[in-house]
Design a protein around this ligand. Structure first.
Ligand SMILES: Cc1cc2nc3c(=O)[nH]c(=O)nc-3n(C[C@H](O)[C@H](O)[C@H](O)COP(=O)(O)OP(=O)(O)OC[C@H]3O[C@@H](n4cnc5c(N)ncnc54)[C@H](O)[C@@H]3O)c2cc1C
Length: 434
C-alpha cells in the first residue's frame, strides 16, 4: 500500500462527505493517506432538505455540518474553495481565487496536488437556455439559494399581509418542474403559509395563496413510477395547488412566465426547479462528458479517460444495465457510489482489482410537508416495488436522512441529534421566522 497517497475529493455533498468520512476514519486517522475535501461552501446540508430550508421549516444553522470541525474529528483535511480547472499532467486541481462577501480577494488562485481525485460536485437545475430564467427565477441548487428564496418569500408574505398586493388579490408563487423538488416545495409552501399565519407573521391564509406547479411532461414526477405521479397529483390537486401539465415555459420575466401555447402565468415569485445538469466547469477539465455535462465513468467509477480520476453522484454518467441508461441523479445513488468507491480506493491502494458498481433502486419517497408522504419501496427482486403512503412512507422518508447522518456522524451522534431535534421541536418555533 502507498503510505502517503493523496486523495482529493471535490464536493462534500450527499456522496462526497460520506466518502471522506469513511476514508478519513479508515486511512486518514491512521496516517495511511492524506484525505482532502474541497468544497465551495464551509458547511454541508443534505440537498434533499433544501425545499425545507427554502420555506423555513428547517433552520439551516441547526442542521448544517461545518467541514472544518468534522474533518478534524474524522481524519480528513478541509479546504474552502471552488474548483475552476484541472491539470492532469501535473495532477493538480485548480481552485479559483477566494473572495469575501464584498468581492475582496482573501486568497489567490491555488493548486492542490493529488494521487487520486474524486469529483462529486453534484448538479444544478437546467434552464435549457430559456430566456429570462437566469435573471428572474429563484433556484434551489444550494443552501445559499434556498435561503435567498426564503427571505424573498417572507418579505412577500409581510407585504401582502399589510395590504400591499400590487392589485393582485392573491399572492402567487409559480414553480417550474414537476419533479421531486417542485412537488415537495409546493406542498411545503402550503404548510409554511399555515404556520406563518399561526405565528401572527402574516394574515395570509391558504385561500389567499396561489401555488402554480408547471411541468412540461404529461404527468408529475416523470422519472418515477406512474402510480406515484398519479397519487401525488390527486393529493396536490385536493390541496388546491394549480397543476399545469404539458406546459412548456418559453420566457420568464419579473412578473411570471409565458408558455409555449401562448398562455401566461403571472406570479409574485418564480422558482425554476426543472432539469438536472452538471456545472459548466465539468466540461472544462479535459475529460469526456455525457449529455448534461456529466463526467463519463466506467463501471468502476473511474473516468473513461483517466484511471486516477473518479466521479460519483449527480456529476457522474455511470452506465446502468446493457442499454444506454445511466444511474439516475438521486441521493441513494450518491450514497451507494460513495460506498463502492470507498472499497475501490482501498483496493486500488492495496493493488487489488476494483469492483464494479451496480445501482440498486430501493424505491423513491416524496414528502408533502406535514400533510402526507407517498412512494414505493423495493419489496424484493421478484415482487418488485411496494406502494406506500402516509405515516409509513413518512417514516421511510425521514430514515433516508438518518442513514446519511449515520454515515457522516456515526450511530451514537445520530441518536443524540435525533434527541436534540425532538427537544428543538418543543423549545423552538416550527418555522424559521427571522
Ligand atoms: C429539493 C431537493 C429534493 C430532493 N429530494 C430527493 C429525494 O427525496 N431523494 C433522492 O434520492 N434525491 C433527492 N434529491 C436529489 C439529491 O439531493 C441529489 O441526487 C444528491 O444530493 C446528489 O449528491 P451529490 O453528492 O452528487 O451532490 P450534492 O449533494 O449536490 O453535493 C455537491 C457538493 O459539491 C459542492 N460543489 C459544487 N460545485 C463545486 C465546485 N466547483 N468546487 C467545490 N465544490 C463544489 C457543493 O457545495 C456540494 O457540497 C433532491 C434534490 C433537491 C434539490
Amino acid at each position: 500500500m502507498t503510505d502517503s497517497a493523496k486523495i482529493v475529493v471535490v464536493g462534500g455533498g450527499a456522496g462526497g462527505l460520506e466518502l471522506v468520512s469513511k476514508l478519513g476514519k479508515r486511512l486518514g486517522r491512521r496516517g495511511k493517506a492524506n484525505v482532502i475535501l474541497v468544497d465551495r461552501d464551509s458547511t454541508h446540508i443534505w440537498k434533499p432538505l433544501l425545499h425545507e430550508i427554502a420555506t423555513g421549516v428547517l433552520d439551516q444553522s441547526l442542521d448544517e455540518t461545518a467541514y472544518q470541525g468534522h474533518g478534524a474529528q474524522y481524519g480528513y483535511n478541509y479546504q474552502l474553495g471552488t474548483m475552476a480547472g484541472l491539470n492532469r499532467d501535473k495532477r493538480e486541481v485548480k481552485l479559483a481565487p477566494l473572495r469575501d462577501d464584498d468581492g475582496n480577494e482573501v486568497l489567490g488562485e491555488r493548486r492542490i496536488g493529488y494521487d487520486y481525485l474524486v469529483l462529486s460536485l453534484g448538479s444544478i437545475s437546467n434552464d435549457f437556455g430559456t430566456p429570462g430564467v437566469a435573471d428572474h427565477c429563484y433556484f434551489l441548487d444550494s443552501a445559499r439559494q434556498a435561503e435567498i428564496f426564503r427571505r424573498a418569500m417572507l418579505n412577500k408574505f409581510l407585504r401582502y399581509g399589510h395590504g400591499d398586493t400590487h392589485n393582485h388579490p392573491r399572492l402567487s408563487i409559480a414553480i417550474v418542474g414537476g419533479g421531486a423538488t417542485g412537488v415537495e416545495l409546493s406542498a411545503e409552501l402550503l404548510g409554511a403559509t399555515q404556520m406563518l399565519a399561526s405565528y401572527g407573521y402574516s394574515s395570509i391564509g391558504r385561500d389567499q395563496l396561489n401555488v402554480h406547479l408547471i411541468e412540461a411532461a404529461p404527468r408529475l414526477l416523470p422519472a418515477l413510477p406512474e402510480r406515484i405521479g398519479r397519487a401525488i397529483y390527486k393529493q396536490l390537486d385536493a390541496m388546491g395547488i394549480e397543476i399545469h401539465l404539458e406546459t412548456k415555459i418559453t420566457h420568464a420575466d419579473h412578473y411570471g412566465f409565458d408558455t409555449a401555447g401562448g398562455g401566461r402565468i403571472d406570479a409574485d415569485l418564480t422558482v425554476w426547479a426543472a432539469g438536472v445538469r452538471g456545472a459548466d466547469v465539468l466540461t472544462q477539465l479535459g475529460l469526456s462528458t455525457a449529455p448534461n455535462n456529466r463526467i463519463k465513468v466506467n463501471q468502476t467509477l473511474q473516468s473513461v479517460d483517466d484511471k486516477r480520476i473518479f466521479a460519483i453522484g449527480d456529476c457522474a454518467a455511470c452506465p446502468q444495465g446493457d442499454d444506454d441508461k445511466t444511474v439516475p441523479p438521486r441521493a441513494q445513488a450518491a450514497h451507494q457510489m460513495a460506498s463502492t468507491l470507498y472499497t475501490n480506493i482501498r483496493a486500488e491502494l492495496a493493488g487489488k482489482p476494483l469492483k464494479p458498481f451496480h445501482y440498486r433502486d430501493f424505491g423513491s419517497l416524496i414528502s408533502l410537508s406535514h400533510f402526507d408522504a407517498v412512494g414505493n419501496l423495493m419489496a424484493s427482486a421478484s415482487k418488485g416495488h411496494l406502494f406506500v403512503e402516509g405515516r409509513l412512507a413518512k417514516w421511510f422518508y425521514v430514515s433516508l436522512y438518518r442513514m446519511h447522518q449515520r454515515t457522516i456522524h456515526g450511530t451514537f451522534n445520530t441518536l443524540l441529534k435525533m434527541i436534540v431535534d425532538r427537544l428543538n421541536s418543543v423549545l423552538r418555533p416550527n418555522l424559521k421566522l427571522h
